[in-house]
Design a protein around this ligand. Structure first.
Ligand code: ZN
Ligand code: FE
Length: 257
């Protein structure tokens, strides 16, 4: 399975999965239809599925047009998003499985950014390959989504599910926010050498206008403060001893950063 990354709007990414054997494609969070249609033209692939993570317009804005072009599309989203995702015809819950070509994706219910948000984890097709996590606006490279419809404790449990995936997992989040996220991370975890090294790398990538997505989950676990609510240094930095309170304080600080 080949993954194409399309940069759209001001800082969104749409991901197009392409199976070269069957020449079929699926789009993750199509913010717009045009860039997806252009990508399909380039490969000649038939679009068979849309995988939506949540209902926000910058994740579903292209659904309708793509549906008109491909009337048999399967349009996946969270069961709790009923009525909020245009054209949705498959309603998913925690533990459900989806398939695309020969790949199997596992569904995680990850409320917090919205009350219905889901993430898709596509298992590796061979033991030495990484899996692919499509996590929308839940986990970002170096950060996490704002809490619009959920609580800190919900988000800790949601991010905890994603954190339990293998270190080599590729993290395909929906926005290019990495540099700003790491700038914030340095204010609370500045002595972390892994974070310092990552910041230098990301700064250089962005200077060259290169994407920082996908990131690697193992690096997120070591450098993303929003996956480190139980780390003693971070707890001390925000003067908290509980996981949820640590997370809540970090999120509150980031909201005002
Ligand atoms: Zn969103
Ligand atoms: Fe978004």
């Amino acid at each position: 399975m080949q993954v194409y990354r399309l940069a759209v709007l001001s800082d969104n990414y749409i991901f197009v999965l392409h199976d070269t054997q069957k020449n079929i494609a699926a789009a993750i969070d199509p913010a717009e239809a045009e860039p997806v249609l252009r990508q399909l033209e380039a490969t000649g692939a038939e679009l068979v599925a849309l995988f939506n993570t949540h209902h926000h317009h910058d994740h579903v804005g292209g659904n309708r047009r793509l549906m008109e072009r491909f009337p048999n599309l399967r349009i996946y989203g969270g069961a709790e998003d009923f009525g909020r995702i245009p054209g949705q015809n498959v309603f998913l819950r925690e533990g459900d499985r989806v398939s695309f070509a020969s790949s199997v994706g596992e569904v995680f219910f990850v409320p917090g950014h919205t009350r219905a948000h889901i993430a898709y984890y596509f298992h590796p097709n061979a033991p030495d390959e990484p899996g692919d996590l499509f996590c929308g606006d839940t986990l970002f490279a170096g950060g996490c989504g704002r809490l619009f419809e959920g609580s800190p404790s919900q988000m800790v449990s949601s991010l905890g599910k994603l954190r339990s995936l293998p270190d080599n997992t590729r993290v395909w989040c929906a926005h290019e926010y990495t540099l700003k996220n790491l700038q914030f991370a340095l204010t609370v975890d500045g002595n972390n050498p892994d974070l310092q090294a990552r910041y230098a790398q990301v700064k250089e990538s962005r200077r060259r206008d290169e994407a920082t997505i996908p990131s690697i989950l193992g690096i997120e676990k070591r450098t993303n403060p929003f996956l480190r609510w139980d780390n003693p240094d971070l707890q001390a930095a925000v003067k908290s001893q509980s996981a949820v309170q640590t997370f809540a304080r970090l999120r509150g600080m980031k909201d005002n950063f």
